[in-house]
Design a binder for this molecule. Structure first.
Ligand code: 26Q
Length: 793
């Protein structure tokens, strides 16, 4: 394709400008327009093939798809990066500059949302027919600014430029019905339900085309809410101007903003409306598509998999029942039979406060028909348990879908879906033995594991071109398609020239990050120091505090004249949910610790710390390749999997971590010698918790005592951190103090290995070589073969 001519044409047709007069923005839009058009053509072809082959298809339902930027990913996957670069250069422009203009599509909070995006890419790259469904949030995850240590949130108006990727499909809009009440009438056809006095909202679809380094193109369909009864003329003519616009604003609020919480069930009405909105529109869409192909729903379970990403889209269950019964005349039993063969569920958390529950009164008032269906699912389920599992009768309050005035979404999912999976080996064991223990007895074999993965084409090939080139030169480019070929790199473990190049590449990537830090944080960091990075959402259980305490410990030692440590730079990136007070306090603490150590000229050549604001996908793409130590230090049993751990690993960072989530499997891959493990194991945590007193740890640990007293006395930047001190000394719910000594030893071991740089580089190489299994290509193949039973197009 002649991209130069295409750009010239696009600029003329869109903006009536010639290339030498075009602004950067016009250039950007022209290039996106051309790329989008190529994807559209490929999508049309893929859709045709899907139809011809009567392919079984997966619909991945998720409240979040944390896509990040798309231009580079699409050009890379299409194989047009070099051609486009050349064309732009000839026109006096620069592709890298255009890449940097693109806002992140931040339609997600963290791991769960990014996982969904990785899975769509991998499914597409592997030629599986898949569609993602979500919400077209007008505002994605907030922009984080740090002011005097405090996190301040700003709206993320990503559509301004990011909207260029969306293909509007108003012709496929769907109506969604809320509120009102249901009337039940007995007729000769049985019980008929009529939903009355509802409010309607129009769901308008926008498609984002997904490329994946293969011929097929899939789509992510996101729904925007539009008021139907907008501008109520009768209200307006009665002079009630405000009321007439109020209705409109209320409907359209549904797709206004992503909830920035990834931990706490907030129980907000708007959140429930968001969930039903996208679930109902998507299911209507799926059913229409299926009917137009087959003219029956009898074969739905053979042709359609609806996968629910955590409980957030769990309303798929009653909504599919509703469509089958109320709109297609199915009996309860026949509808249930179809539903329970079509729906699968992934759990992403065991933290009780993150398990969704809805107040019955609220649920019923917003979704009266859906509530009546959930109630019936619950009635039948409890009846079955009572009859078939007498040993579970005493447990019924905990197993029931509705109990103690709440609708429990995880229970609804496990009772209804044909398959339930956890996201790492350890997490899935905890589901079976703990969280869903009763369900595991009632439905043996339903619970399984699929360990998470990351799309290595983005996180290695695109984010780390230097390492990718080295890999291609040594082991060939087979690993791009088959990540397991990374293992070939192991044979270079003792090749000193390869190890030297590896070190050189790391250094260059560290310089790239150091430049970003200098520019965005005004802190100069030494690229020759160890880059030790913790990047993830801010949560107590992830224990960013553990690392902060260790920084103070090092600082204390340096002040006391210790000289034997390598220069060390601690780097953090983390957003806190806007209502999560403790998380915000921890950010303030880290920033103050950073100010303290960076400002001390006696120590700052050896020790620095930086909190980089606004951690997001495009920033992660700079941080991961620059990391040498990957902090994965959650309390064992709490992190379902983690996926940042995999991104660091594939870029050659060595993990310092607990045996939690997928760290367990990383350890299995690399062995004891290539990871710095520390901390209590899950069973030790459970045992210790029974009698845990943080004050006892302090009494026996003079170092910790000194650090805490330093904080109490205002040693950290002269600021008051009583909140942190009380948190740690009074309750310490995630046992930070209990793991401190062990963490410190692991850090010291890392420091001593770093002195033997050859050994370090070897460890780094092993991590890269063993990371292939953590490609989402592997995860998606597991889902496709073991759960979805999909065939490639
Ligand atoms: C729930 C109710 C109300 C408002 C928000 C929420 C909500 C939103 C997002 C609850 C949870 C989330 C996101 C959770 C998440 O990202 N979990 C992470 O999922 C990753 C992918 O499986 C894992 O690797 C991480 O371990 C897990 O924390």
């Amino acid at each position: 394709m002649d991209f130069k001519q295409a750009i010239i044409d696009e600029l003329t047709e869109r903006f009536a400008v010639s290339y030498n007069d075009a602004t950067d923005r016009q250039m950007y839009e022209a290039v996106v327009g051309i790329t989008r058009a190529i994807l559209q053509k490929k999508r049309a072809k893929s859709a045709q093939l899907e139809k011809e082959q009567h392919a079984k298809k997966v619909y991945y339902m998720s409240m979040e798809f944390l896509i990040g930027r798309s231009l580079k990913n699409n050009l890379y996957n299409l194989g047009y990066e070099n051609d486009m670069k050349k064309a732009l250069a000839e026109l006096g422009s620069d592709l890298e500059k255009l890449y940097d203009m693109e806002p992140d599509a931040g339609l997600g909070n963290g791991g769960l949302g990014r996982l969904a995006a990785c899975y769509l890419d991998s499914l597409t790259g592997l030629d599986y027919p898949a569609t993602g469904f979500s919400i077209r949030y007008e505002f994605g995850i907030f922009k984080q600014v740090i002011m005097d240590g405090w996190q301040v949130e700003y709206p993320d108006n990503w559509l301004e430029l990011g909207g260029a990727w969306l293909v509007p499909r108003p012709d496929e809009s769907e109506e969604v019905y809320f509120d009102g009440y249901v009337e039940e009438n007995w007729s000769e056809k049985g019980l008929q339900t009529v939903h009355k006095d509802y409010t309607r909202v129009l769901a308008v679809p926008y498609d984002i085309l997904i490329s994946g380094d293969a011929d097929i193109v899939n789509k992510l369909r996101i729904w925007g809410a539009k008021s139907l009864d907008n501008f109520n003329m009768s209200l307006f003519s009665r002079g009630e101007y405000l009321k007439s616009v109020e209705n409109e604003a209320q409907s359209e609020a549904i797709s206004k903003v992503l909830y920035p919480a990834d931990d706490h069930e907030t129980g907000k009405r708007l959140r429930l409306r968001q969930q039903y909105f996208f679930v109902s529109a998507s299911l209507k869409n799926i059913i229409k598509e299926h009917m137009s192909l087959y003219d029956t729903l009898e074969n739905l379970a053979d042709k359609v998999i609806i996968h629910i990403n955590d409980t957030h889209p769990a309303l798929c269950i009653p909504e599919l029942m509703r469509i089958l019964m109320d709109e297609h005349g199915y009996t309860w039993d026949d509808a249930w039979n179809i539903c329970t063969k079509t729906l699968a569920y992934t759990n992403h958390t065991v933290m009780s406060e993150a398990l969704e529950q809805w107040n019955v009164t609220m649920f019923k008032s917003i979704l009266p028909r859906i509530y009546s269906i959930v109630k019936e699912i619950n009635r039948r389920f409890c009846e079955m348990v009572y009859a078939d599992h007498p040993d579970k009768r005493s447990r019924i309050d905990d197993i029931a879908i509705i109990s103690r005035g709440m609708v429990k979404m995880a229970n609804l999912c496990v009772a209804s879906c044909f398959c339930v999976n956890g996201v790492s080996a350890l997490h899935s064991e905890i589901l079976k033995n703990d969280l869903f223990r009763d369900y595991n007895d009632i439905f043996p074999g339903k619970l399984t594991n699929v360990t998470n993965g990351i799309v290595h084409r983005r996180w290695l090939c695109q984010a780390n071109p230097l390492l990718t080139r080295l890999l291609c030169e040594t082991i060939g480019d087979g690993f791009v398609k088959n990540s397991m070929e990374l293992e070939k790199f192991l044979s270079y473990k003792d090749d000193s020239s390869v190890l030297a190049r590896l070190a050189q590449i790391k250094l260059e990537n560290k310089h790239r990050l150091a430049d970003y830090i200098a520019k965005n944080c005004g802190v100069s960091v030494n690229a020759e120091s160890i880059f030790d990075i913790q990047a993830k959402r801010l949560h107590e259980y992830k224990r960013q505090l553990l690392c902060a305490l260790y920084i103070l410990d090092l600082y204390k030692d340096l002040k006391n004249g210790r000289t034997d440590i390598n220069p060390h730079t601690f780097i953090f990136g983390a957003k806190a949910s806007s209502g999560y007070v403790m998380a915000k306090e921890i950010i303030r603490f880290i920033c103050a610790v950073a100010d303290t150590v960076n400002g001390d000229t006696k120590t700052n050549s050896c020790l620095k710390a930086v909190f980089i604001p606004d951690y997001r996908v495009s920033l992660a793409e700079i941080m991961m390749p620059a990391a040498e130590l990957s902090e994965q230090i959650s309390l064992a049993g709490k992190e379902a999997s983690g996926t940042g751990n995999m991104k660091f690993m594939i870029n050659g960072a060595i993990t310092i971590g607990t045996l939690d989530g997928a760290n367990v499997e990383i350890h299995q891959q690399v062995g004891d010698e290539n990871i710095f493990l520390f901390g209590m194991h899950t069973d030790e945590v459970n045992e210790r918790r029974k009698t845990y007193r943080p004050s006892q740890v302090l009494d026996s640990n003079p170092d910790l005592k000194e650090i805490i007293s330093f904080v109490s006395k205002g040693g950290v930047s002269g600021k008051n951190f009583d909140s942190i001190v009380h948190y740690l000394t009074d309750s310490d719910p995630y046992m930070t103090l209990a793991d401190f000594d062990s963490y410190k030893s692991a850090q010291q071991k890392a420091d001593s290995v770093y002195k033997d740089i050859n050994k370090w580089n070897k460890m780094s190489l092993v991590n890269i070589a063993k990371a292939g299994i953590f490609s989402s290509d592997r995860s998606v193949e597991e889902y496709a073969k073991r759960i979805w039973h999909l065939k490639k197009i």
